[in-house]
Design a binder for this molecule. Structure first.
Ligand code: VAH
Length: 316
């Protein structure tokens, strides 16, 4: 993977963890963090701002920094996407096409995440790598369309674009925002702050989930893999864990007392449209994917880090 590296969506849930990891591996001078409205105070690195639909500004950045690799993370997620489907299509698909056109013109390597939201109610609940994909959210529609667009740019123009389907990602650095899997993060935030959490999906709701260190590892591993190992150019299933909201609540209550109540809202139907788990044997066989965090290890690490985060915020 060649530098310099551009990370779009550098300050979102994935980007806020991927960017420092890339800075550590490749040097701060070789990572350009592209933000929009959410650039944190005192970010330590090279930062630029641009609208992802602004092709000319993106092109100027590619030339200014001689970018060779792009991690394209900008996306409007499932729950927010249903509030404004038109904008979701524009940002998610228009943004991806801008990045792929630049990759074609400047011979760039690209990472772009798909998601379990690309599956739908007709997908088997134990989703295989190759299966029917009829998502019921605009976010999911942009992700399954994006997978096909990536595959097209590889076949037509030879663009080295690589993709994985993320499960719900659990992390502590950024508060949950706009996703359906956010309950798996909000339960920690509210639970530690108020010892209570009103969950917006039911207790038996089960989806594929992953802790952020494994997500970052898989994201970088696929980009560093030798090109001949990448045999799937739509998107690889990237699995780790699968557990219900109640199983998560029970594991958290082994550490801290959190009274969890359940009040399903519109996001229940979105979560129900997704598989409970998915088969990622192709990623493991083709480029050596493996995860390391178990449910218990993830829960204790989340609680430990969030307690530190909240006490630092309290002490200023
Ligand atoms: C969402 N966090 O909830 C995202 C993710 C699988 C879920 O794609 O929309």
């Amino acid at each position: 993977m060649d530098t310099k590296i551009l990370v779009t969506g550098a300050f979102g849930q994935i980007g806020s963890e991927l960017t420092p990891e890339l800075q550590k591996k490749y040097g701060k001078e070789n990572v350009i963090a592209l933000g929009h409205k959410n650039i944190p105070e005192g970010f330590d690195g090279i930062v630029e701002t641009a609208e992802i639909n602004d092709f000319e500004t993106l092109k100027a950045l590619i030339e200014k920094y001689q970018i060779k690799t792009i991690f394209h993370l900008v996306s409007i997620l499932s729950a927010n996407g249903e509030k404004n489907p038109d904008l979701t299509w524009k940002v998610n698909m228009g943004g991806l096409k801008n990045i792929l056109d630049l990759a074609r013109d400047y011979h760039l390597q690209v990472f772009w995440p798909s998601t379990i939201a690309a599956f739908g109610p007709s997908t088997p609940k134990e989703a295989p790598q190759h299966t029917i994909m009829q998502p019921t959210t605009m976010y999911g529609v942009t992700k399954v369309s994006g997978e096909l667009l990536c595959n097209y740019y590889f076949l037509k123009y030879g663009v080295d674009v690589r993709s994985v389907r993320y499960p719900g990602i659990i992390s502590w650095k950024t508060p949950p925002e706009g996703g359906t899997s956010d309950y798996s993060v909000a339960i920690f935030y509210d639970g530690i702050k108020s010892e209570k959490y009103e969950c917006f999906v039911g207790p038996e709701t089960t989806i594929p989930l992953m802790y952020i260190p494994d997500c970052i590892k898989g994201t970088i591993d696929i980009m560093e893999a030798p090109i001949d190992k990448i045999k799937i150019r739509t998107s690889y299933n990237l699995g780790a864990l699968s557990f219900s909201a109640k199983e998560l609540s029970d594991e958290i209550n082994k550490h801290i007392k959190v009274e969890v109540t359940y009040k399903p809202d519109a996001r229940q139907a979105i979560a129900d449209s997704w598989p409970k788990s998915f088969n990622d044997s192709d990623a493991r066989a083709d480029w050596g994917w493996s995860h390391s965090y178990t449910l218990d290890k993830m829960v204790s690490d989340m609680i430990e880090n969030l307690k530190i985060k909240f006490s630092q915020e309290k002490n200023g």
